[in-house]
Design a protein around this ligand. Structure first.
Ligand code: AMP
Length: 214
């Protein structure tokens, strides 16, 4: 089973993807995580994308398609969860071709529907465990007073450089200009389903599980 989680920044794609990795042995392919890794490693490509990401702009199709191509030719596990990819029509076409070349299908494109006002507060209060990636929120789910992640007991909390209001507005604009047309693209292909991304994490997990059980 291969799925795309589609939605604006802060919709909860990463949180839901991690849950599917744990429960269904799927493989999360987050281009955002791959790019952050490249940036932190100080590679040539990482240095190239650092500024683009900090501004909230999209990295070139060529770079992200290259990253995905490298990953999907390897281990498949219980299937792939594409998280934050594709973000343009060109990336969507490229993904279709890459999957076909590997003899794979796209089973569902799950759109996580959220309201823009909620995104600003979700993103600006967001942090995560530097070890396992568990997501926290200053108000709704704060980093424990014990200083330890409840999942992995890691002690380092991190905030993304682009999780600020200015960058979020840019990322939202990029989403509406370049990514949201993918909803219609996948609807026309017959792969699109939507879930209410404003519900609790557990409710969204249940809605996605119901889609995957279809
Ligand atoms: P994310 O972690 O998915 O929110 O991505 C963080 C940033 O990485 C984005 O704001 C973009 O700058 C870049 N990025 C991630 N995925 C893509 C993609 N598929 N296409 C272009 N840029 C991307």
């Amino acid at each position: 089973m291969n799925i795309i989680l589609l939605g604006p920044p802060g919709a909860g794609k990463g949180t839901q993807a991690r849950h599917l990795v744990e429960k269904k042995n799927m493989i999360q392919l987050s281009t955002g995580d791959m790019l952050r890794e490249a940036k932190n490693s100080g590679s040539e490509m990482g240095n190239l994308v650092a500024e683009v990401m900090a501004r909230g702009d999209l990295v070139t199709d060529e770079i992200v398609i290259g990253l995905i191509k490298e990953k999907i030719s390897g281990e498949k596990g219980g299937g792939f969860i594409f998280d934050g990819f594709p973000r343009t029509l060109n990336q969507a076409d490229a993904l279709g071709k890459l999957l076909e070349e590997c003899g794979e299908n796209l089973d569902f494109v799950v759109e996580m529907k959220v309201d823009d006002d909620a995104l600003v507060s979700r993103i600006t209060g967001r942090s995560s465990c530097g070890n396992c990636g568990e997501v926290f929120h200053d108000i709704t789910n704060p980093w424990p007073a014990s200083g330890k992640c409840p999942k992995c007991f890691g002690t380092k909390v991190v905030r993304r450089a682009d999780d600020n209001e200015d960058s979020l507005r840019k990322r939202l604009m990029e989403y509406y200009k370049k990514t949201s047309s993918l909803i219609g693209y996948y609807y026309a292909k017959g792969d699109h389903v939507s879930v209410n991304g404003l519900a609790s994490v557990e409710e969204v997990q249940k809605s996605i599980a119901a889609v995957l059980d279809r």
